[in-house]
Design a protein around this ligand. Sequence first.
Ligand code: ADP
Ligand code: MG
Ligand code: MG
Length: 891
Amino acid sequence: MTEYVQPFEAGDKSQLDLLGGKGANLAEMTRMGLPVPPGFTITTEACRAFLERGDVPPELPVQVRSAMLRLENRLGKRLGDRHDPLLVSVRSGAKFSMPGMMETVLNVGLNDDSVLGLAEASDNERFAYDSYRRLLQMFGRTVLDIDGARFSDALDERKTARGVTQDVDLDADDMRALVDTYKQIIAAESGAAFPQQPSEQLTACIEAVFASWNTPRARVYRRRERIPDSLGTAVNVCTMVFGNLGADSGTGVAFTRDPASGAAGAYGDYLPDAQGEDVVAGIRNTLSLEEMHELDPASYDDLQRVIRLLEAHYRDLCDIEFTVERGTLWMLQTRVGKRTAPAAFRIATQLVDENVITMDEALSRVSGDQLAQLMFSQFDPAAERTLLTTAMGASPGAAVGTIVLDPQRAVEKAKDGPVVLVRKETNPDDLEGMIAAAGILTSRGGKTSHAAVVARGMGRTCVVGAEGVEVDEANARIVCGDVTLAEGDTISIDGTTGEVFAGSVPVVPSPVMRYLTDGVAAAEPEAGSDAALVPAVDRLLRHADRVRRLRVRANADTADDASRARTLGAQGIGLCRTEHMFLGERRPLIERVILADKPEELKAALDTLLPLQRSDFGRLLESMDGDPVTIRLIDPPLHEFLPDRTALSVKVAVARERGDVDPEDVRLLEAIERLHESNPMLGLRGVRLGIVVPGLFGMQVRAVAEAAAARIKAGGTPRAEIMIPLVGSVMELHLIRQQVGHVVAEVAATEGVELDIPIGTMIELPRAALTSFRIADEADFFSFGTNDLTQTTWGFSRDDVEAAFFAAYLEQGVFTVSPFESIDGDGVGRLVRIAAEEGRSTKPDLKLGVCGEHGGDPLSVHFFHEVGLDYVSCSPFRVPVARLEAGRAAV
Ligand code: ADP
Ligand code: MG
Ligand code: MG
């Protein structure tokens, strides 16, 4: 027979899975000898059994009864007795705290008889009826699912009738009257009288907690937070202690350090003569801990002692819930507390300085996502601003622009300056407008809505679910409370905090960003609490650099990007996309390559590109002198360099009508039609181009080799590497490698220098991964192109699917995170693992890296560390994030 019930004194904090967070920590505090009201936990296992069978497991009622009996005997009281009754709270508590589930029912055990007993024992009638009406209200709301407004309205009516504004101003008669009203509401709404039998109340509360695991709200929350549906919740049954016994009692919450700023020293709110949620419900102004000190120094001292014990024990910031009953302190909850990004960095280093944790532990307490938050530009903290509303930050950053309500118009207006696209919600048709906008604001939707998913994918600032903003398309304006803004007016949105401001708020680089680009001193003028932040980030990043095994490179195509990346800590370039060098004014040159009919024409066209490429590479090698620079030969299909097919055919058709066709246009159009592919992602691109367009790769390799030779002669240390994209067969690589080898040897001979240029391949097709043991014969390194590898493994077109259906996939739980954002370990990751292992079995010193977007994603970085890659490469801005996460992966 399974034992589903465990008294607090039998457990500890390691039993998080079985007892839930609240239960495990109540047990731990009991074990530490802290004043926890006695009680027991019904395990998550019981919940799982309940969810499976649709009913509590048969042995549970008996186990609960005997646990209650032990509690009663220990305290010398009976649940719901007519003399000095024992009362309990029934509290849900899953492994991860979860809004949307049933919360807590207090004062279970009260009924028409025991309320008299409570009044008598406490010598406080008002208190007894206050406790009873609270039970009726909580039971009605959370167990019977009655609209909470029914109860709070009745309370308000009573206050109005008595001409008072505060609950505490109601007297015993008022409370008694409210009890009657609440009983009537329950009978009317649920069709049955409030259960007078204490054991029946208890059972109903326990089952309601179990059932609340599967409410739609709870399910939605779990999906968003990536919490498995299978965990279930525990139920804690805890002896009541009373903060609503008068001025010498009260209830409060506290943090052992400030979770917002990270400042040392406890911080909290206390409310005298109150129970449960009163303190956070904002019904009266709360007192600070300092004020509590004046009011009740003995309880305050006890609380401080407990806070010190908890911090020493958990070795981290804890948040706690406590109650004072007639001068005695009781602990009702603790857990390691959530904190903001700046607080996380500050607290981690404070704890090191207090000799509580090691630097390795400190590193594990901060995250790349938190660092990324600290790097985003922010609204100038000193600037004036008018807050319109606070909604959900869906994609971080600070965006300022003119309001546009229509995606088409957004594209137009964006030509004249930044715009913020404001929509009720977005859909795939809005994509162009979203790309054009500096920021996106929606009045509906959550963090998995279309707008949120697409904006995050593009790195666009986005705020969603701004219900306070009415989007009035018909009149081209938005209305927020009494403020109306027309299209064309300026708005500012903060994708981190979800704040929306009227007008333009100045944007400044964050102190952490200033430090990362200019060093510690640059961020120093920051006075006050911010002063500690930059040194904290600095220490933790430097520790990450000391301990990490993965090296971090950047994806950069220009010398400017390369220098920026180097400042941010990049140890080389993992991906230089050479095709970006053919855009802009050089486009006609590559056009000539594409249009060339005869070999001489092709050669001439390539010859004009050669010196341009050479100087590009020269600058790049110079800016990364001494560190590796991986240059990928041209990858995209050639028609991407030609004009738009539709536009040009219209132009030619119109010109034909008029009889003045430009033969160049006709030639271009023919080329476009010839090269047109219905599936370009899988078409003539990458190594395939190198094989069918003679001389194209050769020109690029020559440019690299000549640039390297020139750098050597100038006294530099160029470390160019050549990378071949889209290889699927070792034969492709073999053919190209021969060409490349010849060119490099020839340049070395002509220039009279020794050139050591490794030649490697991208692994971005499943076939390449699966035949990596062969491909390794011809490669000096592998670089996993996980963007393409994700596309080709899933059969997803990256450019289309995010907008088309990823929001639906996330919403319905097909995946919890886009596989383009975090590497899909089971599928795509498995291919990476195979290729890494088999490639190295052929060539033990094969260098392995990754150059997809995943290189800067925290979860993926841990995966690549674990698979044994040598480096990750990511966009320059993500380099510090990757450094930190690579360090965390190593400790
Ligand atoms: P949540 O998970 O929402 O924090 P809790 O189970 O912690 O819910 O209960 C909320 C509040 O109810 C507690 O912070 C405490 O003030 C009060 N409470 C819960 N159990 C008891 C109890 N046994 N005695 C007194 N107050 C209690
Ligand atoms: Mg709580
Ligand atoms: Mg690719």
